[in-house]
Design a protein around this ligand. Structure first.
Ligand SMILES: Cc1cc2nc3c(=O)[nH]c(=O)nc-3n(C[C@H](O)[C@H](O)[C@H](O)COP(=O)(O)OP(=O)(O)OC[C@H]3O[C@@H](n4cnc5c(N)ncnc54)[C@H](O)[C@@H]3O)c2cc1C
Length: 477
C-alpha cells in the first residue's frame, strides 16, 4: 500500500466526509472490544456510487478498507489492524421504503436499529433481531455480525429477517442478492453468505428486511434460584416443554452483585435470576405459557416468581438486566469488565453445566467471570472482570478463554452466538472451524482477490490476541 490520496477521497465523498486528524483516527481505531489499531483515514460515503468509487480506488491501490457501522462490536471486528480506510457507513442512513402490503422494508446500512423500529411502529410491525445495543447498532453491522437479541428465542437473528441485499464488491461492482419474496429457491442464497461475514466479503449498501406484527400483549416474569445449575436445568426444560417464550434471560450472581452495587436495585442475593416473557395477540394464549414456565421454574427450585403485563412493572422487573452491561465494572473497583470470551452458544441441555463450567474455569485461573445472556436461544454471554494493569491477569484470561471455548465446542456448542468473531474469538473460531478454513479463504479470494476488505479477520486473524495499546489499558509487567 502506497500513500493514500486524501484529495481524491475528498473529491469522491466531499471534504466534509473525510477525516485524517489523529483524534478521529484514534476514535475510529476501536470498538467495544479490548482491541485497537489506527486507520489512516475515515471516509463517510453518503450514496452507493461513492462507495463504488472508493472501492475502485482502494482495490487499484490495494488499500485495506474496513466497513464500519456504529463500532459497537465486542470482538474487534472493525479494528483496522492493517490500517487503511475506515468506511463509516453511518452516512447512508435513509429508510428507503416501508412496504406493508408485501411485508418488507428497504433500508440503507447506516440506519440505527431503534430508528427503524420507531419508523415501523405506526404500521403495527417491528424488526425483531434488536440487540441490546439497538440504541446505536446499525442494520449493516447487525447483518454483517448476524446479531440477535433478547427476543431471538422466538423471532430469530438478523439472518432470519433478511430477504435481500445490495452490496458493493471489492472491485466496485454493485450486485443485488436475494429476493423480496418470502420464499426463494433460485440457486445459491448469496445474501446469506454476507450474513456474519464481518465486512470481509462486500460492503452492504442496502438491505431488504422482513418485519412481524407487534404483539398486543407482553407478559414478563422473574424467578430467583439459589443454584445456578437449577436455573440452567429450568431453561432446558422450558425449551423442551413446547412453550414458546419471547424472551428467556439468565443473570448470574456476579452480575446481580454488580448491578446492585452500581444501581442500588436491591435484587435478591441469589445465585441466579431467570427472566421470562411470553407475547401474543390474546392474553388467553399467553397466560397458560406463563403458568407453565412458572411451574417449571418452581419444579427446579425457583422462588419469588412474579410476572406482569403492565409496562411500568415490566420495566421494573427488567431493570437489573437492562443495567447489567455498564454495571459490571462496578463489581470490584480494582477489576475492569473486558470482552474476551464474550459470547458462545451451547445446546439447551448443556446450559446448566456450561454456566457452572465458566465459573469453575475462572476460579482455576484466579479471575472473575460472569455468565448471563439470551439463554432461550442457547446464548451465553460472559465478561472477564480483571485487573487490566497486570500482565499476568491477561495471561490467565487468555488461558481461561481457550479452555472455555474448548469445553463449549466439546459439548456441541459454537464460538459465537451473536457477537461475532473479530480478533478476540479468532483463535477459538479457527480451532472450531479448522476443516473449513481453506474453503472460507477460497470464498474470500473470489469476492476479494486483493484481500482489501477487512483483512486479517476471521480465518486470517492472528493466532493470539492483539491486545489494546496502553492508552486504553495500562499493562504493567
Ligand atoms: C452494550 C452492548 C450490548 C450489546 N448487545 C448485543 C446483543 O444483545 N446482541 C448482539 O448480537 N450484539 C450485541 N452487541 C454487539 C454489537 O452491538 C452488535 O453486534 C451490532 O450488530 C454491531 O453493530 P454496529 O453497527 O455497531 O457494527 P460495527 O461494530 O460497526 O461492525 C460490526 C461488523 O460489521 C461490519 N459492517 C458494518 N457495517 C457494514 C456494512 N455496511 N457492510 C459490510 N460490513 C459491515 C464491520 O466491518 C464489522 O465486521 C452489544 C454491544 C454492546 C456495546
Amino acid at each position: 500500500m502506497g500513500p493514500i490520496d486524501i484529495e481524491l477521497l475528498k473529491k469522491i465523498v466531499g471534504p466534509e466526509n473525510v477525516r485524517d486528524n489523529i483524534a478521529d483516527r484514534y476514535v475510529y481505531g476501536a470498538d467495544a472490544s479490548v482491541h485497537e489499531a489506527t486507520p489512516h483515514v475515515i471516509v463517510r460515503p453518503t450514496n452507493t456510487e461513492q462507495v463504488q468509487e472508493v472501492m475502485r480506488y482502494a482495490n487499484r491501490e490495494k488499500i485495506p478498507v474496513v466497513p464500519r457501522g456504529a463500532g459497537s462490536g465486542m470482538c474487534g471486528q472493525v479494528t483496522p489492524i492493517m490500517g487503511g480506510i475506515v468506511l463509516d457507513m453511518k452516512g447512508m442512513n435513509r429508510i428507503l421504503e416501508i412496504n406493508v402490503k408485501d411485508g418488507y422494508c428497504r433500508v440503507e446500512p447506516g440506519v440505527v436499529d431503534d430508528d427503524l423500529n420507531r419508523a415501523l411502529k405506526p404500521y403495527g410491525v417491528f424488526y425483531p433481531p434488536t440487540p441490546a445495543s439497538s440504541l446505536i447498532a446499525t442494520i449493516g453491522g447487525e447483518i454483517a455480525n448476524n446479531a440477535s437479541g433478547t427476543r431471538s428465542v422466538k423471532y430469530g437473528a438478523a439472518r432470519d429477517a433478511l430477504l435481500a441485499l445490495k452490496v458493493v464488491l471489492a472491485n466496485g461492482e454493485c450486485l443485488s442478492l436475494g429476493a423480496t419474496t418470502r420464499v426463494a429457491a433460485s440457486g445459491y442464497p448469496l445474501e446469506r453468505l454476507i450474513v456474519g461475514s464481518e465486512g470481509t466479503l462486500a460492503v452492504i449498501v442496502e438491505a431488504t428486511l422482513r418485519f412481524v406484527p407487534i404483539p398486543k400483549y407482553r407478559c414478563l416474569g422473574i424467578s430467583n434460584f439459589n443454584r445456578l445449575s437449577d436455573a440452567g436445568d429450568a431453561i432446558s426444560d422450558i425449551m423442551a416443554s413446547g412453550c414458546q417464550p419471547s424472551m428467556l434471560e439468565l443473570v448470574d450472581k456476579v452480575a446481580i452483585t454488580a448491578v446492585n452495587k452500581a444501581e442500588k436495585l436491591g435484587l435478591p442475593d441469589v445465585e441466579a435470576i431467570l427472566l421470562f416473557e411470553a407475547d401474543g395477540m390474546a392474553k388467553e394464549s399467553i397466560d397458560p405459557e406463563i403458568e407453565k414456565i412458572k411451574s417449571i421454574c418452581e419444579k427446579h427450585g425457583g422462588f419469588g416468581v412474579e410476572y406482569s403485563y403492565d409496562e411500568k412493572e415490566r420495566a421494573r422487573i427488567f431493570a437489573g438486566r437492562s443495567k447489567l452491561f455498564p454495571s459490571l465494572s462496578k463489581f470490584d473497583d480494582r477489576l475492569a469488565s473486558t470482552s474476551l470470551a464474550d459470547d458462545m452458544a451451547v445446546p439447551f441441555s448443556k446450559m446448566a453445566e456450561a454456566a457452572g463450567k465458566i465459573h469453575e474455569i475462572a476460579a482455576k485461573y484466579g479471575i472473575v467471570m460472569t455468565a448471563y445472556g439470551h439463554c432461550g436461544a442457547g446464548c451465553i454471554h460472559t465478561k472477564i472482570l480483571m485487573d487490566t494493569d497486570k500482565n499476568f491477569q491477561w495471561e490467565a484470561a487468555e488461558k481461561a478463554v481457550a479452555e472455555i471455548y474448548d469445553y463449549v465446542c466439546s459439548v456441541g456448542g459454537t464460538t459465537s452466538a451473536e457477537h461475532g468473531i473479530g480478533l478476540s474469538k479468532a483463535p477459538a473460531f479457527k480451532k472450531e472451524k479448522e476443516a473449513a478454513l481453506e474453503l472460507m479463504r477460497g470464498i474470500k479470494r473470489v469476492f476479494d482477490p486483493n484481500n482489501i476488505l477487512n483483512p486479517g479477520k476471521l480465518m486470517d486473524a492472528p493466532d493470539r490476541w492483539l491486545v489494546a495499546t496502553p492508552l486504553r489499558y495500562q499493562i504493567v509487567e
